[in-house]
Design a protein around this ligand. Structure first.
Ligand code: AHG
Ligand code: MN
Ligand code: MN
Ligand code: MN
Length: 335
């Protein structure tokens, strides 16, 4: 066989960001610098995640967060790594993290215009089992003269300028998108210490018979949700069930293979479980820009849902366009 063609024109995330910036004449370069800080936070979180069991970083921190989750040691470490990277970037005015009750305003960065929302470690209940977890992030541009108060953050996903996630799986996979842009996937090459563009312009399948939801909650589900789930199980060719219990891992599979991910609001959690600002909205933006769709439990476009407070929750159905449409149509039938 001929010599395998070696790719010598490697597109690292750093190069990709430079090329993106060049497309915007008026760009100041601030967003690029912010993305370099985001990139470093993913690299450093990945490093500690992969060593957790070796350096006694698994298990509980002995504390809980605002939304009542027991915090794992890695939840706290991941949060601290992320906060340090955002603060030292000089680009972030205010940061919302799942692990911190109040919005963190960086007085050191009085003139920076970006607000960042993040879930430092998503799926942390799975950490000790070695299951893939991830970091979810979203970036807002603050209005002129904003002081970065938490009210400045109660915006719908349509106002996100960028969003994405990094899944710490067999390799670290970064998926990110900009408002009105495409979805691009980067794979960490540990030897180079660089994220490499491996999945340009991700376009998800319009349909796929895979559903991903915690059916252990089904006794609490509303009737239309029960009907939706049953319709897939009774289909001519029944759907496959795939549920990892880490939103980032379930989302990454759904993005690549197609299908639908759902965490419905139900009688037990009337507002749903997943948090709007740093789980539902960033994921919705990725799925919409990849050709899919995302709605809440009232079948409203997830990107238009405005959180009432920074840790506000919502039900969510997201995935292949036609698969989410099925949920919407069943809810319409129920009126
Ligand atoms: P986090 O670990 O950031 O608190 O998020 C956990 C979320 C999400 O990752 C996942 O989809 C969901 O919790 C799983 O919830 P259940 O265990 O109730 O299915
Ligand atoms: Mn949590
Ligand atoms: Mn989460
Ligand atoms: Mn989390």
């Amino acid at each position: 066989a001929g010599t395998e063609k070696i790719n010598t024109d490697i597109i690292t995330l750093t190069r990709w960001l430079t090329e993106e910036q060049r497309k915007h004449k008026e760009a100041t370069g601030d967003f690029t610098l912010l993305c370099h800080a985001l990139q470093f936070s993913f690299k450093s979180i990945a490093y500690y995640i992969r060593r957790a069991s070796l350096i006694n970083l698994s298990g509980l921190a002995g504390s809980s967060n605002t939304t009542g989750d027991d915090q794992k040691k890695l939840d706290v470490i991941g949060n601290d790594l992320f906060v340090a990277a955002m603060k030292s970037s000089g680009m972030v005015r205010v940061l919302v993290s799942e692990e911190v009750e109040e919005a963190i305003v960086f007085e050191e960065n009085p003139n920076s215009r970006y607000a960042v929302v993040c879930d430092p470690i998503d799926g942390s209940s799975n950490l000790d089992a070695g299951v893939s977890v991830g970091t979810i992030f979203g970036v807002f541009l603050l209005a002129e003269g904003s002081k970065g108060s938490k009210e400045d953050l109660l915006h719908p996903g349509t106002e996100l300028v960028a969003a994405g996630f990094t899944m710490y799986g067999a390799s670290a996979q970064l998926v990110m998108t900009m408002r009105g842009g495409t979805v691009n996937g980067f794979t960490m090459d540990n030897a180079l210490g660089e994220f490499i563009l491996t999945h340009p312009n991700m376009d998800m399948p319009k349909k796929r018979s895979i559903y991903s939801t915690n059916e252990g909650n089904s006794k609490y589900w509303a009737e239309p949700v029960k009907e939706w789930c049953e319709s897939m199980k009774q289909a001519e060719k029944p759907y496959s069930a795939r549920y990892i219990g880490s939103m980032v891992a379930d989302a990454y599979r759904t993005l690549l293979y197609g299908g639908i991910f759902a965490y419905p609001a139900d009688k037990k959690s009337p507002k749903g479980k997943l948090r709007i600002l740093y789980e539902c909205a960033p994921m919705a933006m990725v799925f919409e820009n990849a050709g899919g769709q995302a709605v809440n439990s009232h079948m409203r476009r997830m990107m238009e849902v405005v959180p009432e407070h920074i840790h506000d929750r919502s039900g969510i159905f997201m995935g292949s366009y036609d698969e989410v449409q099925k949920v919407i149509d069943i809810h319409k039938k129920h009126g």
